[in-house]
Design a protein around this ligand. Structure first.
Ligand SMILES: [Zn+2]
Length: 384
């Protein structure tokens, strides 16, 4: 049993929360001695649909071990994240199989990791091969949609693939979407050069998410007829946005949030395996990357071309408030409730009987200062 005192993230009300087992037992009003503004906030644990690794570990590494996977997943507790989707980008069949096998083993050995892994996200390999839309995904492994290959990977993962990003214009994609959706996998549109008609066909087939809308695209597109407007204006698509301060300008974040409305936006940090590493130059099979002093992750040798994100989810919560002027409630829900709903996972509610996945924080200028993270009623990071 645990007792904590903090202000609710959604109402600002000071409360006393007690837990019993993995559940919230009571939430009662509390009367702080002194200034209530000194109290930290409490919120449901953050949930990120797209995490590529941490501290030098890549989930897409052909040689990933279960120990490395577990360490990289647990690393997110200190940022208030209690659930995430380890993300494997475009790779050979054997590379993807090895990554999924290691994540599965990590889940089977450690109940905390198993709870934190809401499902694996396959980002590719059925994506556009064009420069721009393909982003940093290796061209040699991009291929047409293949249900049989996916089914083998799904089996290797122990049915953990819950989300897949693909490009609707790839041969076989529309049929693939229908089969994947009926098997319970959520389909996202991303790394695409699709026509507006192809986007519509994918949504009609059951695609429900746009992966990092506004990124993974050509530098120049037709001003009216393009895959960004088509997805931004499609009410059946939720948009995930990388709001790390580098991937999208403030005006575009604001425009997307207003167009979609906050309830149809999901924040993701899309952190690279280099997240958590100090500024410097790093090398993987995808090439040399550099973390600048500003936290921006770029292709080494210049300062503009991004090579992924080196920020974690809590940074996006702070930035979306700054860029789009949303409330704490909306900002937290974009990084907790909305992804949970999309993947049909339980959303931890701050009320009696709710899942006790919580975190306690104070807002900082650049990120959240997390003092404790609780998973299923147990303190897994920091202290009360
Ligand atoms: Zn991507």
């Amino acid at each position: 049993m645990l007792t904590l005192y903090a202000r609710r993230y959604d109402t600002g009300e000071p409360v006393e929360i007690t837990t019993e087992g993995d559940r919230v037992a009571e939430v009662n009003p509390a009367w702080p001695k002194g200034d209530v503004a000194e109290w930290p906030f409490v919120a449901p644990g953050l949930f990120d649909l797209q995490i590529n690794g941490h501290g030098g570990v890549w989930f897409s590494d052909d040689a990933l071990t279960p120990e490395q996977a577990a360490t990289a997943i647990r690393a997110y507790l200190k940022f208030g994240v209690t659930r995430l989707c380890p993300t494997l980008i475009t790779n050979s069949f054997d590379g993807l199989a090895q990554g999924l096998r290691a994540i599965r083993a990590a889940c089977e050995r450690d109940p905390l990791v198993d709870h934190m892994v809401a499902g694996c996200h396959l980002e590719g390999p059925f994506i556009s091969s064009e420069d721009g839309p393909r982003g940093a995904h290796p061209k040699e492994h991009v291929r047409p949609a293949d249900w049989d290959e996916f089914a083998r990977l799904q089996e290797i993962s122990g049915d953990r693939v819950r989300l897949m990003t693909l490009a609707p214009e790839v041969p076989g994609a529309i049929d693939f979407i229908r089969r994947a959706v009926s098997s319970g996998v959520v389909i996202a549109i991303g790394h695409t050069a699709a026509t507006p008609e192809q986007i519509q066909a994918a949504v009609d087939a059951g695609a429900r998410l746009s992966t990092h809308l506004g990124n993974g695209s050509h530098a120049m597109v037709h001003r009216h007829h393009n895959y960004i407007w088509e997805q931004a204006s499609e009410p059946r698509l939720i948009a995930s946005l990388i709001v790390d301060g580098h991937h999208l300008p403030a005006s575009l974040v604001r425009a997307f949030v207003r167009l979609k409305t906050p309830r149809n936006v999901i924040l993701t940090c899309d952190a690279a395996g280099w997240a958590g590493c100090p500024p410097g130059v790093y090398e993987s099979k995808l090439g040399k990357s550099e973390i600048l002093d500003t936290g921006k992750l770029v292709v080494a040798g210049q300062r503009e071309l991004l090579a992924g994100s080196a920020q974690e989810t809590d940074v996006c919560v702070v930035k979306v408030r700054e860029f789009a002027g949303v409330s704490w409630r909306d900002a937290i829900h974009m990084a907790s409730k909305h992804p949970a709903q999309l993947l049909k996972c339980e959303f931890p509610r701050l009320k009696r009987g709710g899942l006790a996945d919580l975190f306690v924080f104070r807002p900082g200028a650049e990120r959240l200062d997390v003092s404790a993270t609780v998973v299923r009623g147990e303190v897994r990071f920091g202290a009360m």
